[in-house]
Design a protein around this ligand. Structure first.
Ligand code: CP
Length: 317
């Protein structure tokens, strides 16, 4: 019941076996979350620090809830209320937190590779909650889990990721994750928002939305990462909306029983129309719900513990 790595830094290189272990563990925690008292003592005595150097709503709340549901002790900080404002480095901040006997660090940082740096220079276990435009592994795991719950498989599904691929850490983690689990993955966006030599990741590349959608089971729509872009990559937002905003008129091209996903936050009317975001094929809020169970599973597996049910069984026997 352990993952191969002592950290979760990205989905690149994570095995199918480990992803399935996370899914099966998340099923147990999802059942626990549906109980009247959705809390277990699994991580009692463990201390987790949530370091958010970039804004977040879903990921931060989801990790904090997951930690509380598992009875861990938690401390959280954001940069505007910490000594980072006084010039402290990332390494110094984490080594000071570590000196207070923290067992695990969840970090979101604007610099790609920041969690990997911490994993090298500190002793705590590290979970990447999004590093620059690099990876966002728990978002991809909850995306994969949401698809796996609905279709009972991922193998053979045809997935297209639409929008700002170049600056999206979700796109990168989703590509690794869906490919490891046997899906066929395509990407679609304006040429200026497609990464250089992205075909080497084993994806088909489209610049016309209507063509990219043909025969797809899953559409993952991404936000324009305005905070990471240099100026001039898009002529105007209006032109982007005309060519890439997913609207009801696009849906006929998709396979029966298709699924619309978005990691959030949504820019309604920019990358996705409200009718599609709130429509019957959208699983956007289910993704958020599943995020708590997935993060509980990751925290639990990295802690090396046993499932609450098996603990009870072990005591009874
Ligand atoms: N999906 C996601 O990472 O959302 P937040 O930026 O709100 O955490």
């Amino acid at each position: 019941m352990r993952l191969k790595s002592r950290h979760l830094l990205g989905l690149e290189g994570v095995s199918r076996q480990d992803i399935e272990l996370i899914f099966n563990t998340a099923v147990t925690f999802k059942e626990i979350l549906s109980r009247d008292i959705p809390k277990v003592p699994t991580l009692r005595g463990l201390t987790i620090a949530n370091l958010f150097y970039e804004p977040s709503t879903r990921t931060r709340f989801s990790f904090e809830l997951a930690e509380k549901r598992l009875s861990a002790d938690t401390v959280s900080f954001s940069t505007n209320s910490s000594s980072v404002q006084k010039g402290e480095t990332l390494k110094d901040t984490v080594q000071n937190i570590e000196a207070m006997k923290v067992d695990m660090v969840v970090i979101r940082h604007q610099a790609a590779g920041a969690p990997h740096f911490l994993a090298r220079c500190c002793n705590t276990k590290v979970i990447n909650a999004g590093d620059g435009a690099h990876e966002h592994p728990t978002q991809a795991l909850l995306d994969l889990f949401t698809v796996w719950e609905k279709y009972k498989k991922i193998d053979g599904l045809r997935v297209v990721i639409v929008g700002d691929i170049k600056y999206s850490r979700v796109a990168r983690s989703d590509i690794w994750g869906f490919k490891t689990m046997g899906a066929e993955v395509a990407i679609c966006g304006p040429t200026t928002l497609l990464p250089y030599e992205v075909e080497r990741m084993g994806v088909e590349v489209y610049t016309r939305l209507e063509t990219a959608l043909e025969g797809r089971d899953i559409v993952i729509v991404l936000r324009i990462q305005a905070e990471r872009q240099q100026a001039g990559l898009l002529p105007t937002i209006r032109e982007y909306v005309n060519r890439f905003c997913l609207t009801p008129r696009h849906l006929a091209a998709l396979k029966e029983n298709f699924t619309i996903m978005h990691p959030g936050p949504i820019n309604r009317g920019v990358e996705i129309s409200p009718e599609v975001a709130d429509g019957p094929y959208s699983v956007i809020l289910s993704q958020v719900t599943n995020g708590v169970a997935i993060r509980m599973a990751v925290l639990y597996l990295l802690s090396g513990g046993r499932l609450p049910n098996s603990r009870r069984k072990a005591k009874a026997s």
